[in-house]
Design a protein around this ligand. Structure first.
Ligand SMILES: Nc1ncnc2c1ncn2[C@@H]1O[C@H](COP(=O)(O)OP(=O)(O)O)[C@@H](O)[C@H]1O
Ligand SMILES: [Mg+2]
Length: 336
């Protein structure tokens, strides 16, 4: 058989995704400071036989927030319930979730910055005193009912910590920022994922994929899978450097890991606004993207690469951006 994978097994990509998710601390690469701090928090909680304080994880999509929350639950030997801010529409939804928790469970609330304002008031006493004050009926006949809840730990995840209200933010015992990974760490993640996928990767291929992964584990895994597809179709037993390059070219991922969408934003900034400064709203309108998508998906990595800068007057393209896009001849006077 010339294929690089065993054709008798063809688990769907979803299953593979969860297969790639680390299930123990040693497989969770990088973010050493966070792991160290969490270890102290969790060990102390275990010694006191209590559930740990509520935790807030923030950072870009794909950096490992959900994975980290799962590891916390595993470490505590408890269940994790997963929901998201927008999914909790009414106090009743929150009550249903909270009353179904068992003692010590972890409640993971993804996109917690999008939690409804009306629900927020109910969540405060739940977080602080493990009780829920429900209002039954309306008008003069209304009365409140206090529900006692089991002890639990909320882990909130967000890409936009600034959008959390101060009272909500203050109710978390610890907040951790997940950063972009180092090249070495991403290479380790790719090697581990390849093992799980049952494929070999040339060290050169690992390097190339890692370099273009936006220093983000989820992206690295996605690129690895595409490179695997290319190798497999070509009947190769190993993911080669050439196959990875072909895969990346076909995905239009450039040497810096920029994809079509990133380049579109940069080009709009350069061609339509002479490199800025320009406000987010105008940039979004011209690039035909939603403001939120620019803020959450594109901008963090473009800032990290130093391709754009934020100034009080708006976003500006840097000299590096002009060079990267081969548009240095168009640079404005400020970059001469
Ligand atoms: N530190 C890490 N080590 C190894 N793999 C990781 C790590 N962080 C994330 N991943 C991989 O990246 C994928 C996306 O991570 P996830 O926790 O879902 O990110 P987020 O919730 O921040 O968007 C996971 O399925 C996992 O396979
Ligand atoms: Mg997630």
């Amino acid at each position: 058989m010339s294929s690089i994978i065993d054709k008798t097994k063809s688990p769907s990509e979803d299953i593979l995704d969860s297969a790639l998710r680390p299930k123990n601390w040693s497989d969770y690469v990088g973010q050493e400071k966070i792991k160290e701090n969490l270890r102290v928090i969790l060990t102390a909680a275990k010694q006191r036989n209590q559930s740990p304080d509520h935790l807030l994880f923030y950072g870009n999509s794909g950096l490992g927030k959900t994975t980290l929350a799962c590891l916390v639950a595993i470490e505590m030997g408890k269940q994790i319930r997963i929901t998201s801010g927008p999914a909790i529409e009414r106090a009743g939804d929150l009550a249903a979730i909270l009353t179904n928790l068992s003692e010590g469970d972890v409640l993971f609330i993804d996109e917690i910055h999008r939690i409804h304002k009306t629900v927020e008031e109910y969540i405060y006493p739940a977080m602080e005193e493990y009780k829920l004050n429900l209002i039954l009926g309306k008008g003069p006949m209304a009365r409140t009912m206090e529900l006692k809840l089991p002890h639990f730990t909320i882990i909130g995840a967000t890409t936009r910590p600034g959008m959390l209200s101060a009272p909500l933010r203050n109710r978390f015992g610890a907040t951790f920022q997940l950063n972009f990974y180092k090249q070495d760490d991403i290479e380790k993640i790719i090697e581990r994922s390849a093992k799980i996928l049952g494929v070999n990767v040339e060290p050169e291929a690992t390097k190339i994929i890692a370099k273009r992964s936006r220093f983000t584990p989820r992206v690295a895994n996605r690129l690895l899978k595409r490179a695997r597809d290319f190798s497999q179709v070509e009947g190769l037993k190993t993911i080669t450097k050439e196959a990875s390059e072909k895969a990346l070219a076909s995905l239009e991922v450039d040497e810096m890991g920029l994809e079509y969408g990133d380049r579109k934003i940069l080009m709009a900034l350069i061609e339509k606004f002479n490199g800025g400064p320009v406000g987010l709203q105008s940039l979004a309108a011209v690039a035909l993207e939603e403001e939120g998508t620019i803020l959450d998906i594109y901008e963090p990595y473009l800032l990290q690469c130093g391709f754009i800068e934020r100034t009080p007057k708006g976003r500006v393209a840097s000299r590096l951006a002009y060079e990267h896009l081969d548009m240095i001849h168009l640079r404005p006077n400020r970059l001469l």
